[in-house]
Design a protein. Sequence first.
Length: 503
Amino acid sequence: MVLEAKGISKSFPGVKALDDVRLTVRAGRLHALLGENGAGKSTFINILAGVFAPDAGEVLLDGRPVVFRNPGQARDAGIAIIHQELNLVPQLSVAQNIYLGREPLTRTGLTDDGRMNREAGAWLHRLKLEIDPRTPVGRLRVGQQQVVEIAKALSLNARVIIMDEPTSAITEQEVAVLFQLIAQLKQDGVAIIYITHKLDELSAIADDLTVLRDGRFIDSRPAREISRDEIVRLMVGRSLSDLYGRKGSEPREEVLRVEDLSLAQAERASEFVVRNVSFQLHCGEVLGLFGLMGAGRTELLETLFGLHPLRSSGRVYLAGQPVWFDSPRRAIDAGLVLAPEDRKREGLLLSLSVAANASLACLEQTERFGLLNASREAELVGQFVQRLRIKTPSLGRLTRFLSGGNQQKVVLAKWLTTRPRVLLLDEPTRGIDIAAKREIYELIDELVAGGLGVVLVSSELSELLAVADRIVVMCEGRKTAEFPRAQATGEKILKAALPTSAD
């Protein structure tokens, strides 16, 4: 046993975030910490990392009580945290980030860049990231930046590494690399606390798991002794069958038809990201779109939305009428909208309020004499905040302070104010908890019941099988299969998604 927390409680004004929470972490094992958004996970790991002091309870390191007054003391004791929002300085080099605030010095008191680069390079080599340690961090992919964070933790002689949603924004290939690193860390005796909403990951990496709900300890067991269905029940107090699945809808009139849609590579016009893809979408229908990384799903939605007019070709019909969108504005005006995969960077302005974000696509409805009319904005947005059950203390709340699920609802509110006919959803439940997913599914149900057509891109097969009426499969930019709901199985879909099946 390396780290133990006993009876941890913590209150903030108006809310008790943690109530008698406990956790035991052992060397060479990964302990998954699970729970919905608001379950207390972030508060708990911030206490372990010295960000907050507990109101009650104690933390023991090697069986001895410790009190961390700041994150620096926790780091010095061997506890490192890798936040979901990576804590790196993009303008500094990899080596400078790894040794930030504790740079090796020469005899004259200057930074010893040579030694710092050599030592950083050794850590990177150990983690199989073969890059120049002088490379600015801002040039690295997210997965590579996570390896830099791990190198930083190891350089601190960390014995406990806390990983908060480490796979929420990286590719499948980078996930595989991360899991290899985790296996190596466990072999080296490092204890890992791992927070994730992706329960499918647990079978590959988790040794133990603890579930929190509403700030309270619910259960702790070896991972092999508990099923995914039971994990869900412990997390939300309901069974998996209560959270997933919809009855499907009856086919109605066609709202969108796409014929031979293609998108050329930006650098090589003779090669294609999307090649001759055709499909139809009906009112009141959810069309699922599945493919492995690089299949062209996101690019297909972006092309329909008018983001790549100079590199795209094909024919698009909206409600039977031929259309072609050379800009997102034209698509929005015609009734086709896109909720992007990266809601924080592309779907929202996090520094603006809920009201400002939700009204951003329909300013003409909220202005008077060319100026924003706050009362009109509040009336318009208030309807959708209530309808979508967005949890916010006020319309003026900055969007950055909402949970991931509520941020996604603000994105949906922004588009619903435009009264669309077709809603393109790119990974709408990525990075949100199970209960928030259920609410998104219920919203989709409500929208299609009202006649909206929805195209849903998801990397989670279980999600598509539960939500979609039909599923189109893509591989390397081409459509390789299409299955009605009754005939779709995970095996069929994955077979069609593999590159060999596209040959």
